[in-house]
Design a protein around this ligand. Structure first.
Ligand SMILES: [Zn+2]
Length: 625
């Protein structure tokens, strides 16, 4: 699992921190367009540059929605989380998302790390106890957890708001704020009584947070503006909750209470750190994570949907500042050390489905699994890169998907590979030896060579749409070159034919390198089509592990030892892909290529597939599933 490779003088240390999908169901293509695919393109590019990448994530498994759903199904929260963790792991691995470790929040290690961060904040004085109101059931006198309370949202007026959150407007709520609150168990009106919780003292961290944010001048302007605007308004935020599913509160008098746990947002955001620690332990060097976390020269990029910006640009940095003792109350860092704050926060907008939000109930949802089964990973990766919600909400339509796949992937790119290699194979049986180059040959080679810097600089700044646009310009230029040179008419001039085909094959190889972060599966095939052997672009694997990572000495009430679960990991050091021209070698044997992409039935554009037919008629907007 080593993330070290090709260490050069200029190589960087890059943490790719990817948003944690919530384990209450399979993921749809809207989810992976926001966090999964962009973060993987970014990580693959950096690995090709020789940078030391650590890419981590996992499933977020605590909190109310999983409990509610488990209750409805008659299963335990743990069983439900186990089931969907596995589904999500398989989907993300199938998509080729190259995590160094994709784990989960119900591990012993995660409990211990979340509790250590709590301890550090508490020691430094940034967690303060407060008495607030909680609900009890008047008929039984028992605590009524948030998940069992619903009512009307005080912010948007939605009638089915939950005690902790409104699914319509996305705002976090307190059950006492609900209008007409009622128990989901028996419909009675809950009684609100006093209950004690710990709050993160955000006002004491506001000044340090503001100074840090003002130093982030290279962030996307929307993220920076949004974050700075919130600073003046920071209020203490509860980090514990009346709930019986979560990480125990690691303080005497609290840790053995079944009804008090760390709030799910608090433990989930710490997952970036705990997953890095787990990766290090599993790779045999338990301190290896520090190179990405306590090294001021390391860069960290956090990838998420826009609804999560605040947790990454404010809340998580505030936790890190508090742990290090850098707020108004001072303090010092605990044993985890001087943890570094995010370098980049990369948020994407929403992917909609034929003009409306993805909706499980209305059938306007496309699950990753179904999509991969029918069309494979690269067609979806391409669509997300070229037409995804990078800067603004974007719409998935079958018509657009068919057009992109048939005309851009199959006709433009697939056909360029196919006709270049076919002609060279038919006429020479190998990569031909070129003669003198003409101006046209050199011009095309120059266009391809220059694209490494252009595409690379876009990728380094997470501008995926511009990056793939520039990469596809090389493909277009090569197709035009072949049409102009007409090598099929050069049978009487074998040396000129050899030169043209050698030039074309070199540019196919270059374009393939440029497209590797986007289309890693196809890139492996093109590499082999050009006579390459071994692994060009490495793929992640699903590995079964048991929960045996030590949670000592700080873990309290941690899950049992030995629970089995799948992780995504991979050995990416074996791949040969590098971000520069790889010379094609004359004399390399070629075989007849098979089509790189299968064209889709144009009827798909009209009807959608049988398993996700296009819904006609008016559709209402709805909160993302
Ligand atoms: Zn609302």
């Amino acid at each position: 699992m080593s993330a070290l490779r090709r260490m050069g003088a200029m190589s960087k240390t890059v943490l790719t921190a990817v948003a944690w999908p919530y384990a209450n169901g399979p993921r749809h293509i809207g989810h992976v367009s926001g966090f999964g695919v962009p973060s993987d393109i970014f990580s693959r590019y950096h690995r090709m540059m020789g940078d030391r990448v650590l890419m981590i994530s996992g499933t977020d498994e605590h909190g109310t929605p999983i409990l509610v759903q488990a209750d409805a199904e008659g299963s335990t929260a743990r069983e439900l989380a186990d089931r969907y963790n596995r589904v999500i792991v398989e989907d993300l691995a199938g998509l080729g998302v190259s995590y160094d470790l994709f784990t989960r929040t119900t591990t012993r290690n995660h409990y211990a790390i979340a509790q250590e961060v709590f301890h550090g904040l508490h020691r430094n004085g940034y967690l303060v106890p407060r008495v607030t109101t909680g609900a009890i059931s008047p008929s039984t006198g028992r605590t009524l957890p948030d998940r069992y309370i619903e009512g009307t949202c005080p912010i948007c007026g939605y009638d089915g708001a939950r005690g902790d959150q409104c699914d319509n407007c996305g705002n976090q709520l307190d059950p006492a704020d609900l209008i007409n609150p009622r128990s989901k168990v028996n419909g009675e009106t809950p009684e609100f009584v006093e209950t004690e919780h710990f709050f993160l003292d955000l006002p004491a961290l506001a000044s340090a947070l503001g100074d840090w944010l003002k130093s982030r001048q290279d962030w996307r302007p929307n993220v920076l503006r949004f974050s700075l605007n919130l600073i003046d308004d920071l209020r203490p935020r509860a980090v514990t909750r009346d709930i019986d599913w979560g990480v125990p509160v690691p303080l005497e008098g609290w840790s053995d209470r079944a009804d008090k746990k760390l709030y799910v947002w608090f433990d989930a955001v710490i997952g970036y750190l705990s997953a890095s620690v787990e990766w290090a332990v599993r790779s045999g060097d338990p301190d290896a994570w520090r190179e990405w976390w306590t090294n001021p020269d390391a860069e960290s990029s956090y990838f998420m949907g826009k609804d999560n910006i605040t947790f990454h640009s404010q809340i998580w940095p505030a936790l890190l500042l508090g742990y290090r003792g850098l707020g108004d109350k001072g303090g010092e860092a605990g044993p985890l050390g001087e943890l570094e704050l995010p370098t980049e926060v990369v948020s994407s907008e929403y992917l909609t489905m034929s003009g409306s939000k993805f909706s499980t109930s209305r059938g306007t949802v496309i699950y990753v699994r179904d999509f991969l089964r029918e069309y494979g990973p690269d067609a979806l990766r391409y669509f997300i890169a070229v037409a995804g919600p990078e800067n603004q909400d974007s719409d998935f339509t079958w018509e657009e998907f068919v057009r992109r796949t048939n005309f851009e992937l199959a006709n433009e790119w697939g056909n360029l590979v196919n006709r270049s290699v076919s002609m060279a194979h038919k006429n020479f049986g190998e990569v031909p030896t070129p003669g003198p180059l003409t101006e046209a040959d050199q011009a095309l080679l120059d266009v391809a060579a220059a694209a490494f810097d252009t595409v690379g600089s876009h990728l380094a700044r997470s501008r995926f749409k511009q990056a793939i646009g520039e990469a596809m310009r090389v493909v277009t230029a090569a197709n035009r070159y072949l049409s102009d040179m007409e090598p099929w008419k050069l049978k009487d001039d074998p040396q000129r034919q050899a030169t043209v085909l050698h030039t074309a094959l070199q540019v196919v190889s270059d374009a393939n390198t440029l497209l590797t972060p986007f289309l890693p599966h196809a890139a492996q095939r093109v590499f082999e089509t050009l006579g390459g052997t071994g692994i060009w672009a490495a793929q992640p694997e699903v590995r079964e592990v048991v929960d045996d990572v030590p949670a000592d000495p700080i873990g309290v009430g941690v899950p049992e030892l030995g629970h089995a679960y799948p992780v995504i990991t991979g050995d990416y050091t074996v791949e040969q892909a590098v971000w520069r021209r790889t010379e094609v070698v004359p004399g390399t044997p070629l075989t007849k290529p098979s089509p790189l992409f299968t064209k889709l039935d144009p009827a798909l554009a009209e009807t959608g597939p049988e398993w996700a037919p296009i819904v006609s008629g008016p559709v209402e907007s709805e909160a993302p599933a």
